[in-house]
Design a protein around this ligand. Structure first.
Ligand code: GLP
Length: 255
């Protein structure tokens, strides 16, 4: 694993943007996996800047999002589809035909999930998957207890996740309890995963993810099995780590 600990959220966003921009420049027809949540917003702002200021070209990309709430139509203020369009896609040269986001209103959820998996395969797999992490160690909406080999499917959200996400909803009765999510197995097939975490709220989850056992109780810990996991976290998210992680080398903190 390549673990980079940076000073703060701004530096984390800068570093993540460098990685994603390099990927797009080197392979303009990349398949990128996008994440939602607060964490990647700084990254997305920098991608928009790179598009506006130096013509970073999004027109040949194919994109897949990790997850979507069940029961929210794409135009709903809190849907992840709306998040992606308003946070990134509307501001760069991406058209709908390039974008894949699980459909929260799919009538037949199981066949929709299978279709989603097939589309990823047809696109040649994901080159670079951006990931955030839940405070309970989830990735996408693979909550603790998720099979580490799981595929795209419907999941019940953990009560902690429902509580964490409730801050984004004005009407608390609308906070979803189910989501369609790529599985841990789906995510781990990406050629590279870029896991981002910022703030003390993520410190415990990052300790378990990087230094704990690989376990379904911390789905993000599966990054330890990935052939190229790139982890960028800030000092606060790294504050519970027992070891120094530096360019792939792990040493006790006092050495
Ligand atoms: C949600 C998303 C995850 C995301 C997580 C963390 O649960 N499904 O993909 O990583 O939130 O969000 P934040 O970055 O806002 O802490």
């Amino acid at each position: 694993m390549l673990v980079e600990v940076v000073d703060n959220y701004e530096k984390l966003s800068d570093r993540a943007a460098e990685v994603v921009i390099q990927q797009i420049r080197e392979k303009p027809d990349s398949t990128l996996g996008f994440a939602t949540g607060g964490t990647p917003k700084g990254l997305y702002n920098r991608l928009i800047e790179a598009h506006e200021e130096s013509g970073l070209d999004f027109s040949k990309l194919t994109t897949f999002n990790l997850d979507e709430y069940v029961g929210l139509p794409p135009e709903h203020e809190q849907s992840y589809a709306r998040y992606m369009w308003s946070t990134l896609f509307n501001h760069v040269n991406v058209t709908e035909s390039q974008v894949h986001i699980p459909h929260g209103m799919a009538e037949d959820v199981n066949s929709h999930c299978q279709w989603y998996e097939r589309r990823i395969e047809e696109a040649g797999g994901i080159d670079l998957q951006i990931l955030g992490i839940g405070a309970n160690g989830h990735i996408a909406f693979n909550e603790p207890g998720s099979s580490l080999g799981s595929r795209t499917r419907i999941k019940t959200l953990a009560s902690k996740t429902v509580r964490d996400n409730a801050r984004y909803f004005e009407d608390q009765d609308m906070v979803p309890e189910y989501a369609i999510t790529m599985g841990v197995g789906t995510i781990m097939e990406a050629d590279e995963v870029l896991l981002l975490a910022s703030g003390e709220r993520k410190a415990e989850a990052m300790k378990k993810t990087l230094e704990g056992h690989i376990t379904a109780m911390t789905p993000a810990s599966m990054v330890q099995m990935h052939r190229f996991a790139h982890v960028v976290i800030d000092e606060e998210a790294a504050s519970e780590l027992d070891y120094q992680h530096h360019h792939g080398i792990v040493e006790p903190k006092d050495e």
